[in-house]
Write a protein of this length. Structure first.
Length: 182
């Protein structure tokens, strides 16, 4: 085997997706910090305002992320169930969860920007950037052959953890502070 065909360690295949994910996270963070917040709310029909919209769409994303965890455990044999096409449920629950986060993130960045004036909001801003960075990393790693299977569990677990922290610092905070509103 000549040097052009040398086999690289499989973990190195993660470097490019990680670099792109880091770039996405940093870009969102820099934009959020430099962008002058407009204060204009993003409105979605069916919600009384931007805060209830953000709380409920993030809650929906979290429920779908729980379906992601369940379906991943079934796919990897950790939950011994015979569920044909569980991969379809996994992919579509992930797609829908991600789509639910987009209007929320857009509102946060466009109307509010990144803020660091309180610990809750600072954590929320930083973890929001991290979430999109790790999501980018996972999506770019998925089609690459040779990446170790543990990497997908780690990336998925990090994305799930980030979404839980986002939910705790936004939706749960809103629902316990202002009550259940739509």
């Amino acid at each position: 085997m000549d040097s052009t065909q040398a086999i690289r360690p499989s973990s190195l295949l993660l470097l490019l997706p990680l670099a792109w994910g880091a770039l996405v996270a940093v870009t969102i963070g820099v934009y959020g910090g430099m962008h002058q917040p407009t204060g204009h709310a993003v409105s979605i029909a069916g919600f009384s305002g931007p805060m209830p919209m953000k709380a409920w769409m993030t809650t929906g994303a979290l429920v779908l992320a729980l379906i992601q965890i369940f379906s991943a455990l079934v796919m990897w044999g950790r939950i011994p169930l015979n569920m044909p096409r569980i991969d379809v449920l996994h992919r579509w629950s992930g797609r829908l969860a991600f789509l639910l986060t987009l209007p929320v993130a857009f509102h946060c960045l466009y109307a509010l920007g990144s803020r660091y004036d309180s610990p809750r909001v600072m954590i929320h801003s930083i973890v929001g950037c991290f979430f999109y960075g790790i999501f980018t990393t996972k999506m770019l790693a998925l089609p690459r052959r040779g990446i170790p299977s543990w990497a997908f569990a780690v990336l998925g677990g990090l994305a799930f953890t980030a979404l839980v922290v986002l939910w705790l610092t936004s939706s749960l905070w809103f629902l316990t502070t202002f009550g259940v509103k739509f």
